[in-house]
Write a protein that binds this ligand. Structure first.
Ligand code: EPU
Length: 432
């Protein structure tokens, strides 16, 4: 097993370059299934979720080659199956994009129920309602595999989402790209990676308008040609380093970002007293100038404050005087990290979707676990702030989504290393 060992108490200082967006990459790679020619995808983050989705496509018959650390070549021509049911598929959430991609390609898909980070119920009813509106029936096979199929080419329809679900918006977009006629998605999600996926598909010849607004219109096409495409920077990785800079009272230039995507995080950091400077492709976070103050945060779909930065921001709020309240409005159960932070001396109580943080006391080192990807990032930030040596285990969750996190933090002056150890507890086996 591996864990991170962090000697805390050093302010982060310097520059960090942000990698390509995980949540764009895990949508764009399966989207290549829809293409009729090979594609080259650049600015791919070197993380385990990307490795996994690449291996799933290989199992299905695609040729997938890593040309260099951040570029993938994918030729989907060898894919003859409409199934993705191996154990690899169960190991990640985004494998369910193969439902939309295979439906769009061959109007039939059999895909394992997805795994991924565990923070409460993660239903896919909205995805299935969208497919049904386009003429595809679904059934659950053996309680583990979703079979969605239509005897004919899918037909465009007008679809209203009850919630602006990222996954449902992406899956419906994928299924609609080669459907007959026009599909309209109302109350669509607007996250930056939705726009990136639409741009990728449009560069191949798809006809998608309105991505990034509430209404996305997709006119089906017959053929998608191969492209070379570079994916956007990772909004959440950037937000994580911004929170880490502030929590350690450091000064960090976060480079290779799209500042517009970071506005909700920037606004909150400014509200608590950080100085933020925005450049064309970078933001400077300076928390050295004045004491930081408390604030309240409510997570919302984009352009609201992202739920995927909530645990990291919570750690920051434990370091400032006063009572801060977080309202998690996207996920039912995204406070699993709170018990670990409490072990480090944080004063947080959870009441339903609210977390009430009594900030200001110094965190102290403790052995803690990453209960999911962003919770793991939060544990690292806590370790960077804490007195003493913090050990973070279950780091396989963190490695799903953060490229070179040890190297990037070390370059910023952190004392963090990855160590190998024997695990006899059985608790740290990879949970899907
Ligand atoms: N929901 C439904 N029915 C559905 C789909 C969603 O009720 O059919 C509910 C969910 O239960 C949840 C809310 O809608 O309460 C939001 O779910 P959404 O579908 O938007 O989330 P997702 O597509 O499963 C993606 C990201 C998550 C991120 C959320 C919200 C990927 C691969 N995952 O998940 O990212 O938290 O959007 O922004 O893009 C992460 O990166 O750490 C991560 C978990």
């Amino acid at each position: 097993m591996e864990k991170f060992v962090i000697n805390g108490g050093r302010a982060l200082d310097g520059d960090v370059a942000i990698s390509g967006a995980k949540n764009a990459a895990v949508a764009i790679i399966p989207a290549v299934v829809l293409c009729d020619e090979p594609c080259r995808i650049e600015n791919i983050p070197n993380i385990s979720d990307v490795t996994l989705i690449g291996r799933i496509l290989q199992e299905m018959g695609a040729e997938v080659k890593r040309i260099n650390k951040s570029t993938l070549y994918i030729d989907p021509k060898g894919i003859e199956t409409t199934s993705a049911t191996s154990d690899l598929v169960r190991g990640m959430r985004a494998s369910y994009y193969l439902l939309g991609a295979l439906l769009g390609r061959s109007h039939s898909a059999r895909v394992c129920l997805p795994g991924g980070c565990n923070f409460g119920a993660r239903p896919i009813d909205l995805h299935l309602k969208g497919f049904a509106a386009m003429g595809a029936r679904h059934e659950l096979v053996n309680g583990a595999i979703i079979d969605v199929h239509s005897d004919y080419r899918l037909k465009g329809n007008h679809i209203y989402l009850d919630f602006a679900s990222v996954g449902a918006t992406i899956n419906i977009m994928l299924a609609a790209v080669k459907a007959e006629g026009q599909t309209i998605i109302e109350n669509a999600a607007k996250e930056p990676h939705i726009v990136d996926l639409a741009n990728f598909l449009n560069s191949m010849g798809a006809q998608i308008r309105g991505a990034g607004t509430d209404t996305i219109k997709i006119r089906g096409v017959d053929f998608l040609h191969g492209v070379s495409y570079s994916i956007i920077p990772d909004q959440i990785e950037a937000g994580t380093y911004m929170c880490a800079a502030a929590a350690t009272r450091g000064r960090v230039l976060v480079k290779n970002v799209t500042p517009k995507h970071l506005e909700s995080i920037t606004a909150k950091l400014r509200e608590i007293g950080c100085e933020i400077k925005e450049f064309d492709e970078a933001v400077l976070v300076d928390a050295t100038k004045r004491p930081l103050t408390r604030c309240n945060v409510k997570t919302m779909p984009h352009p609201g404050f992202p739920t995927d930065c909530q645990p990291q921001f919570a750690v920051l709020l434990t370091t400032v005087e006063g009572t801060s309240i977080i309202n998690e409005s996207v996920w039912d159960n995204r406070y699993q990290y709170v018990s670990e932070l409490t072990l480090m001396g944080a004063h947080i109580s959870v009441e339903g979707r609210l977390a009430i943080i009594e900030g200001g006391s110094r965190l102290s080192a403790a052995p803690v676990k990453a209960s999911d990807l962003r919770a793991g990032a939060a544990m690292i930030i806590a370790g960077l702030c804490a007195d003493g040596t913090t050990e973070v285990s279950s780091i396989q969750y963190i490695e799903r989504g953060y490229e070179d996190i040890v190297e990037k933090l070390t370059n910023l002056g952190a004392d963090i290393r990855k160590v190998y150890y024997e695990d006899h507890s059985g608790e740290n086996s990879l949970r899907a």
